[in-house]
Design a binder for this molecule. Sequence first.
Ligand code: BES
Ligand code: MN
Ligand code: ZN
Length: 495
Amino acid sequence: MDYLLANTPLESLETECLIVAVYADKQLSSEAHHLDKLTNHLITNIVERGDIKGKVADTLLISYLPHANIKRVLLVGLGHADKVSAKDYRKALTAAANALKATQITSAVCCLAENAVKDQNNTWKARQIIEAVDAVFYQFNECKSKPADNHSLTQFSLHAATEASEIEMGIAQGKAIAQGVALAKHVSDLPGNYCTPTYLAEQAIAIAKQHDKLNAHILEEADMQELGMGSLLSVSRGSRQAAKLITLEYKGAAKDLKPIVFVGKGLTFDAGGISLKPGAGMDEMKYDMCGSAAVLGALQAAAELQLPLNIVGIIPSSENLPDGAANKPGDIVTSMAGLTIEILNTDAEGRLLLCDALTYAKKYNPDVVIDMATLTGACLIALGRVPSGLLGNDDKLCNDLFNASETALDSVWRLPLWEEYQEQLKSNFADIANIGGRDAGTITAACFLSRFTEDYQWAHLDIAGTAWKTGDAKGATGRPVPLLVQYLLNRVNAA
Ligand code: BES
Ligand code: MN
Ligand code: ZN
């Protein structure tokens, strides 16, 4: 999809479809009013009939207009004009995009960036419009012999009467975020027989090739052996796919500016290993690399926007399968940090990879480290599929992430990382156990990671409930790419 700016006044604009807002109680937005005047009060007449009430996310497509240049109009409800919340706005945008998707329209001009949203500026609105439209039009067709359904829209323009520069900035940011989200969704939706650790490494190399300031390095199993990553390598021993430790380095600022480091869990399939998972729904464990997908998407977006920051992405990638060489319950391995780990459940493998990746992160002398992982089923029990779990050892970093998540509409909710929980990880035979029992599974997983992150400011995002949708709408969400990019944008603004 091409996203463009349209700053032609409505009276001289040409489009197949103009998208304008109506408010609760049949109130026309100023753009709808403008169109009303150009069409001999057609809009007022239709709205007065009551076919659209103007509630949030109501839509009505009028597929013929008595106007030479504006062929159709899509009316979109925004609720009460003075009370449009960020979430209302996003809902309305999604509804509008779905209405467009059901038509044969190939290009549209959207006026909704000109309507007020509580506490949000024009840049935010433009960004949200592009993110919402792009999310609705995303399709995974790679493995179908012919595409599932063909929609026609190829060009989507944002109308700006005044202040075009703010909207233009939002368009650039929205495009970069939407492309990062689409990349993350695509590698996540790809099945495990396509998306292997080697495939992820190739993707990182391909993304780096497209941007001057982005470089990719791949560590092979022999390299990891040399670094002492006994914990990570214990997981890949049970797989015929070689593990990879992928790093992406984005240098957008002076050398001495400490980098922001993102670490993403990259299990391209998690069967549980010898502690085998039950069969029902196991296909969804192809999504156990969604953390790594978000790292790729966020780094690509940062490079696309040429952000004046230094950012490193680290992706430990493997499969977790049962096999004669696989980890067995009771096995004890030695991590790169030197801590020995008793593997009481081979299905708690994510932390076994992440702990070595988090130790490796120290070599970058990071400003902050943020890891994201589909780490625990317990996170779904605690928080459902609405926010990602947030835990960390630094209040400022956690607050910054929370604030970014509110802006990005990519929510997180913090859980405590109190030392009392560390008890649960005691082992009789090693320094630490890899599971902490049934209670507080998301917290004890984070407690495990915290033992490897004491030297820097660190936050952990458990995205087990948010990285993909299950059921009829099964598919990756691309979360938390919007949150990560918003965090980076906020860091640029704070500098
Ligand atoms: N990848 C899973 C977590 C997961 C499960 C995410 C279901 C989303 C949906 C992770 O590797 C895992 O298996 N965790 C175990 C940990 C347990 C053995 C302590 C879990 O959550 O059951
Ligand atoms: Mn597992
Ligand atoms: Zn897993």
